[in-house]
Design a binder for this molecule. Sequence first.
Ligand SMILES: *[C@@H]1O[C@H](CO)[C@@H](O)[C@H](O)[C@H]1NC(C)=O
Ligand SMILES: *[C@@H]1O[C@H](CO)[C@@H](O)[C@H](O)[C@H]1NC(C)=O
Ligand SMILES: *[C@@H]1O[C@H](CO)[C@@H](O)[C@H](O)[C@H]1NC(C)=O
Ligand SMILES: CC(=O)N[C@H]1CO[C@H](CO)[C@@H](O)[C@@H]1O
Length: 461
Amino acid sequence: MPVYSISHVENVRVCVVMVGLPARGKSLIAQKIVRYLSWLSIKSKCFNVGTYRRKLVPCESTTAEFFDPHNEKGLKYREEALNSAMKDMMNWFTEDNGVVGILDATNSTRARRDKILKLCRENYIEPMFLESWCDDKDLVLQNIADVKTTSTDYVNKDEDYATKDFLQRIKYYEDIYETMDRDTDSDLTFIKLVNVNSQVILNKIESYLESRIVYYVMNLHIKPRCIWLSRHGESEFNLTGQIGGDANLSERGRRYAKKLPELVLKSFGEENKHTNLTVWTSTLQRTQQTASFLPYKKKLQWKALDELDAGECDGMTYEEIEQKFPEDFKARDDNKYEYRYRGGESYRDIVIRLEPIIMELERQENILIITHQAVLRCLYAYFMNVPQEESPWMSIPLHTLIKIEPGAYQTLVSRIKADIPAVSTYKEKGTSQLGELATGSTIKSRDLIKDSECVRNSMQQ
Ligand SMILES: *[C@@H]1O[C@H](CO)[C@@H](O)[C@H](O)[C@H]1NC(C)=O
Ligand SMILES: *[C@@H]1O[C@H](CO)[C@@H](O)[C@H](O)[C@H]1NC(C)=O
Ligand SMILES: *[C@@H]1O[C@H](CO)[C@@H](O)[C@H](O)[C@H]1NC(C)=O
Ligand SMILES: CC(=O)N[C@H]1CO[C@H](CO)[C@@H](O)[C@@H]1O
């Protein structure tokens, strides 16, 4: 059951066709849409034609000349790559009940778009074109820098060579490129982003699902920025193992709060130490007390960042819950994502109330969020593409600052430990005992990301 079961009511399936010259951020946008929709339980997948092309032709031989529209061999391979991608996508729609498929390709001519359009219509898939149009030289150069350092086409190539080759590749596409416009393409459903989103042109957006995608991409920006996440410091309830409530910080929790400004500064690095940061907390005492020593002026409280509401179990320990509501305790372990506390919330409920937060987060620049375990797991799952079955079981320890740096092709995560002891509030499946046991489950090990380790999103799957 997806959050927006409406996609099933409407029974709409959408193929988002990316349009735009190379280095216009198409892959980044495509990946973000997939991540966002998957997080909302809408089945989506990206089909990157470049990846198919690389399977046909080894990277070493794909110099710019390969993309010359007069290079017949190149054309043939590119055509073949597109066909395989489309075929796989159509299979995915029928066999895996896909809802939103994204075709990430450089589809620059109307003839090519017509072909895709026809194929979609034959399969009862709604085509929606998403063009990223950009004439801002700085933006393009910034994208090129990103592509050439991360694209598999330029592994082990010298930087100047990569830039020159890439510019030439763009040039070849420019010669035949036909942008989307409202007169010629008036029958098509399309979104045209001009210089990221300084101007957005919309045409024939019809279904609810399409309008959600529109709303999301309108909120994106591509300025480099970081997001810091932290749980509140240890609370008095954590000492007694109680859940919920609105307790104060414990003595060690207050020590964490005092140390937090220093941790943030350290993570900023010397050269950025004057950078401003916006701080978001929940409305509960323990997050506000944790933020109280931070020197930043902009602090905002969000009700949507409050901890998962444990309903009737609020204020109880896991042991008490196990005794009083044994079936509930088991039901929660069996499906923690869906389980809703009596009179309270489930993880799925949290994702729904976090959606406006995600939208606002996409609009913001540097931001520090101090919130609670369950909420943090959901936010982290969005940024790191963690599947639903895993996210409620991730261990997010107290007194640790997590830094997330979203990039075009990868997201970097680092963790900075405050070195202030705290009780472990991690509960493994099938026990009411708190603490990380020796049995290291897959979820835990996946989550124990070492400092600055690169975590590749499912970018080039
Ligand atoms: C830590 O304590 C807070 C109450 O102060 C509670 O909401 C939270 O669930 C506790 N964490 C765990 C996992 O016990
Ligand atoms: C938290 O601390 C304040 C001030 O010390 C006190 O008035 C309040 O009762 C405490 N709250 C709880 C839930 O213990
Ligand atoms: C940060 O904010 C303060 C106060 O609002 C302002 O004086 C300062 O110039 C800002 N710093 C930067 C780097 O923008
Ligand atoms: C005309 C044109 O450039 N069409 C392109 C559509 O996208 C695929 C994937 O990049 C190319 O192979 C086609 O050439």
